[in-house]
Every structure is written in structure tokens, then in C-alpha cells.
Design a protein around this ligand. Structure first.
Ligand code: ADP
Length: 586
């Protein structure tokens, strides 16, 4: 490949001339140091290159060589438990080699080349296979069986398939294709900016169960869906992310930490590996891949990081897994895009962001989905994307937030005001939304309870009425309200405190199954109906408010899963206590 020469350096952007053989999006090596860059604009033989490593000290005249390949990730056993930077360099390995600072141009493969994995075949010679078909499996960690798939683009008859101990580059078998016999190994590559192919997208009709009541019952996300979460400082974003990573029924978690301040990211890097997978008792990292970019790492690597993360997520989805990709924060990613666009002197759009901001954000979220994977066994996989946004000053009219809300179908409005009031999770029941409610209704009716969607609507309506009544109370005081309205306030408060409020650190409260969620919500609604009727029959609102059974309702969420049938029994106590009241009053 013909060498080019640097003519200009501007921060992360390097301009080189003489790049006659290069193509758009080629990865290039810049200067003798071999810094990694990507061609993002090409005019004749003049290439603008976004360099993912620190460019200080570079100058005109230094060589630039195209590798002829686009920015790709390596996919093979060894990804789980890794912490990568935005261009998939293994941070933990690099740190062991060279200390805390990434030395420029270091060439460490993303996947360990020496480690041997025990490969068990799942196909046999003579089988005709096409992309996505399963060749065999490696136990990557105690929690993840890593399926080795026929890579996209390869099709034919297996002529040999071995078993035993192999490195990711050693030949595990051979396939006779129309272009001759090809060797197979466990390592695949995939260009990060291109979605991995699937057979078919499926409708989002199954919830991603998180065990967090405000999410599952009120603002659910589907498996393969998309959600957006803003996180004002101190509002509990970290706790929510940890809860989701721990409890959501996803097999694999890909966490992309994108450009938060250096020390915040260090927190994430320190904390995440400490988390335990509650179901297995193993470290959560045993089913997690992390991509981490602090704001002091090069901006171009940050721009690439969300693609690196989601491509790894797609790969595990292709195996038939339910994957959750969590990107925090996509605002920092968009800022990286803006900085590079500015250096290219592109025409700026809103707030200096490039005009293609919305397209890029949409393309990212559109890589989510519940799908039928490539391969002949019709297996299903799902990739759910949960992106956080951190607009300056918490301003939701910010272009990144707005572009995200146009594509993400769930919005969990984390609010610091609720956190100040110690209402956790601090997700507003008034400002959040989920556009999956209709899609998920059948599932909830079938798998949880026929009445679940109706109870949710009823509860939601009471909360909205509460908000309106509170405005009235602020003006003229609670005494001016009718007894019926006061009852609405009492029930709504119970919905907030006894249902939505959920303590992440309580052993039992930390997770509620959907069945338990239904029972908890149902008992509050049963109480509401019973007290409403008693009110109509002349019992005073103060007496109803003073019923002892409210305490039982409040404690119900601490009933362990195996005993949740007890929640239904509260109904009898409600009836008995109200009966008693009616007798004494009557
Ligand atoms: P952020 O990441 O938004 O700055 P954190 O996630 O660290 O905020 O949360 C701040 C504090 O709020 C936590 O230390 C914890 O005490 C409290 N908190 C947040 N969520 C919950 C929850 N679900 N249950 C109990 N406490 C919570």
C-alpha cells in the first residue's frame, strides 16, 4: 500500500496527502509510532483521519499507511470479563504490561492469542453449513457458553471438525466452499460500523424483566427494545445501572462507559468488577464485557466506543443470547462526534452538533432488536439497548436528548428532586413513558395475570389525579377536598410508597418477580375499592385512613418470593376490618 504523508495535525484529526490507494473508513497507521486512525473524509488523495490515540508531537511529513481494513472488532472466546478501550484494546492487559498510561501505538491483540480453549464440536463432517450455524462450543466462563458460529460469508460442506484444546487462531476444522477448502478458527472479525446480519426482526412482545417495579409494571422495556435514561448527579443512576446489570434477565451485559470524567469512570471500573451476579453468586463480570473511555482518553476512541460495544453485543446475540448493552453516557459520545465534525469544518447543526447527529443516534439504537439469528436452527436472540444521556444542566431540550427520544421507546425520567425526597428509584411516574405497553399486554395477561394491564392503568390514573389534587391542596388546603378526593390521595400515596419505592440494598426488596409485582399492586387496588365502597356507605375517611391493614400493605413488599401467596391473604383482613368498621359505625 502506498504511503501518505501528514500535512496537518489538529487535535485528534490528522490530514494526510498521497493516500492514493486508501478507501473511506480504512484504518490507518499514523507515523513511526503506528498510531491507530480511521479515514473519515477522502478528497482525491487527501485523507482526513480521526486518530484514536494522543496526537501530540506528530507533525507534517510523517508517514501514514492504510491497512486496507475498516475499524473492526475481534470476536472469539476471551471477550467476557475483559475491559476494553474504545477501539477494543484490552486495558487490563495493557496496564499489566505498561502501567496506568496507555503507551501510544501499543499493539496488544484484543483477544489472547496464547490461551487454549477446550472446543467441543456441535456439527460433523459432511454437514452442509451456512453463516450463523453452530460449529461447537467453548466454556468461556462458568456463566457463558461461547458458541463458535460459521462466520458471515462462508458456506459449504464441513470436511473436518476437530475437538480439543485450541487457541483462537488454530484451525478447528475445514469447510469446502465454492471457492475451495477454507480453514476455520474460533476468531472472527467484524467492522464495527456495520450491523451484523440477522435473519429476521421479531416484534417486541416479551418484557425485559428487571425486577424493578417502577420499570416492569409502569414503564417496561421489551427484550430487544430501547430505553433512555437521564441521570442528574446524585439521582441514583449508578444504582439503577447496577440493578439492571444484576437483575435484568439478560445473559450477557455489555457496559460501554463513555467519556465520563476520569474519576467517575474509575469508579465504574472499580465498582462493576465488584458486583455479584445475584442468581449464580459468581462475579457479574463472568457474563460482562466492558468498554471504557474516560474523558482524558482520545476523543476519536470515544466516538468509536459505542460501536465497538454494540458489535460485541450483536455477536453474543447471534449465539442466541439475550444481551443488554448499556451505554453511559451517549451525550459524551455525541460530544466526541461534535468535536471531530468541528475539526473537519463541517457545517454545524444545532448547538454545533453535526447535521447527521440524529441519524447516527438512530442508527445506533436501531441495532437493537429481538431477532431470529443467522443459522439454520431458527434460534432467537435479543439485544436491548439502554442509553443514558447527560445533557448540560439537565436540560432535556438538548439536541442529543431530543434525537435520542425520537428513537428510544422508553424514557425513565430520573429526577434529583425525587432523590432528595429519598424516593428511590427516583424515576418519575409522571414524566416517564414506555411505548411498549401495548406490545407487552398479551404477555402480561398470559404470563402474569389477566388483570395486570388494567391494574396498571388504574394505578397510573390515580397517580395523575393525585398530582392534580396536590395542586389544589397547595392553594386551598387538604380540608377543602371531598372525602373521595382524600381517598385518592391516600391510595396514591400507598402506590408510591408501598409499590414504586424500592430499596436496592434490601435483600428481599431489591428484586420483585412480575407475579409479586402484580400481587402488590393488586392488593393496593383492592384496598382502594373496598375503602371507596365503605366511604359510600357512610364510614368516615379518617377511620378508613386509620385502618391497621395499611401497615400490612406497606410490609407486603418484604414478603419473600416463595411466600408471595400471603399477599393475597391481606384481602381477607381488609374485608374483616372494614366489616368491623361498618358494624361499629352503623
Ligand atoms: P448517581 O450515580 O446518580 O450520582 P447514585 O446511584 O450513586 O447516584 O445514588 C446516590 C445515592 O442514592 C446512593 O448512594 C443511595 O444511597 C441512594 N439510592 C439510589 N438508588 C437507590 C435505591 N434504589 N434504593 C436505595 N437507595 C438508593
Amino acid at each position: 500500500m502506498k504511503e501518505g504523508r501528514i500535512v496537518k495535525v489538529s487535535g485528534p484529526l490528522v490530514v494526510a496527502e498521497g493516500m492514493t490507494d486508501a478507501k473511506m473508513f480504512d484504518v490507518v497507521r499514523v507515523s513511526e509510532k503506528g498510531l491507530i486512525g480511521e479515514i473519515i473524509e477522502l478528497r482525491g488523495d487527501r485523507a482526513s483521519i480521526q486518530v484514536s490515540e494522543e496526537t501530540s508531537g506528530l507533525g507534517p511529513g510523517e508517514p501514514v499507511v492504510s491497512t486496507g481494513q475498516t475499524l473492526s472488532v475481534e470476536l472469539a472466546p476471551g471477550m467476557i470479563e475483559s475491559i476494553y478501550d474504545g477501539i477494543q484494546r484490552p486495558l487490563t492487559v495493557i496496564r499489566e504490561m505498561v502501567g496506568d498510561y496507555i503507551v501510544r501505538g501499543v499493539d496488544v491483540p484484543a483477544i489472547d492469542r496464547k490461551k487454549k480453549w477446550s472446543f467441543t464440536s456441535a456439527a460433523k463432517p459432511g454437514d452442509r453449513v451456512s453463516p450463523g450455524d453452530l460449529l461447537g462450543v467453548v466454556e468461556e466462563t462458568v456463566l457463558v457458553a461461547h458458541w463458535i458460529m460459521v462466520p458471515p460469508g462462508i458456506e459449504g460442506k464441513i470436511v473436518e471438525l476437530k475437538e480439543g484444546e485450541f487457541t483462537v487462531e488454530e484451525t478447528i476444522g475445514r469447510i469446502e466452499t465454492s471457492e475451495g477448502v477454507k480453514d476455520l478458527c474460533m476468531l472472527q472479525r467484524w467492522p464495527v460500523r456495520r450491523p451484523r446480519p440477522i435473519k429476521k426482526k421479531l416484534p417486541p412482545v416479551e418484557p425485559l424483566v428487571t425486577g424493578q417495579r417502577v420499570i416492569d409494571a409502569f414503564f417496561p422495556v421489551s427484550k430487544g427494545g430501547t430505553a433512555c435514561i437521564p441521570g442528574p448527579f446524585g439521582s441514583g443512576k449508578t444504582v439503577i445501572q447496577h440493578q439492571l446489570a444484576k437483575w435484568a434477565d439478560a445473559d450477557i451485559v455489555v457496559f460501554v462507559g463513555c467519556g465520563e470524567r476520569g474519576n467517575e469512570m474509575t469508579d465504574v471500573l472499580m465498582e462493576f468488577p465488584q458486583l455479584k451476579d445475584p442468581r449464580s453468586g459468581e462475579p457479574l463480570m463472568k457474563r460482562t464485557v466492558m468498554v471504557a473511555n474516560t474523558s482524558n482518553m482520545p476523543v476519536a476512541a470515544r466516538e468509536a466506543s459505542v460501536y465497538t460495544g454494540i458489535t460485541m453485543g450483536e455477536y453474543f446475540r447471534d449465539m442466541g443470547y439475550r444481551v443488554a448493552v448499556m451505554a453511559d453516557s451517549t451525550s459524551r459520545w455525541a460530544e466526541a462526534m461534535r468535536e471531530i465534525s468541528g475539526r473537519l469544518e463541517e457545517m454545524p447543526g444545532e448547538e454545533g452538533y453535526p447535521a447527521y447527529l440524529g441519524t447516527r443516534i438512530a442508527e445506533f439504537y436501531e441495532r437493537s432488536g429481538k431477532v431470529i439469528c443467522l443459522g439454520s436452527d431458527q434460534r432467537e436472540g435479543a439485544l436491548t439497548v439502554i442509553g443514558s444521556v447527560s445533557p448540560p444542566g439537565g436540560d432535556l431540550s438538548d439536541p442529543v436528548v431530543q434525537a435520542t427520544l425520537r428513537v428510544a421507546r422508553v424514557f425513565w425520567s430520573l429526577e434529583d428532586l425525587l432523590a432528595f425526597q429519598r424516593h428511590f428509584p427516583a424515576i418519575s411516574w409522571l414524566n416517564s413513558y414506555s411505548l411498549y405497553l401495548d406490545d407487552l399486554e398479551d404477555y402480561l395477561k398470559r404470563e402474569v395475570d389477566e388483570r395486570m394491564p388494567a391494574k396498571r392503568r388504574q394505578a397510573m390514573k390515580l397517580l395523575q389525579q393525585e398530582a392534580e389534587l396536590q395542586d389544589v391542596v397547595k392553594l386551598i388546603g387538604v380540608d377543602a377536598l371531598s372525602s373521595e378526593d382524600r381517598l385518592i390521595l391516600i391510595t396514591a400515596r400507598s402506590i408510591r410508597e408501598d409499590f414504586l419505592h424500592q430499596i436496592a440494598f434490601d435483600e428481599i426488596d431489591t428484586y420483585s418477580s412480575l407475579k409479586k409485582q402484580f400481587k402488590l399492586l393488586n392488593i393496593i387496588m383492592v384496598m382502594h375499592e373496598a375503602t371507596k365502597e365503605a366511604l359510600a356507605r357512610g364510614v368516615s375517611i379518617d377511620k378508613l385512613q386509620g385502618l391497621r391493614v395499611w401497615e400490612e400493605i406497606a410490609r407486603a413488599k418484604y414478603i419473600p418470593e416463595p411466600q408471595i401467596a400471603e399477599i393475597d391473604q391481606i384481602k381477607e383482613r381488609i374485608e374483616a376490618e372494614i366489616e368491623e368498621l361498618l358494624e361499629t359505625e352503623g
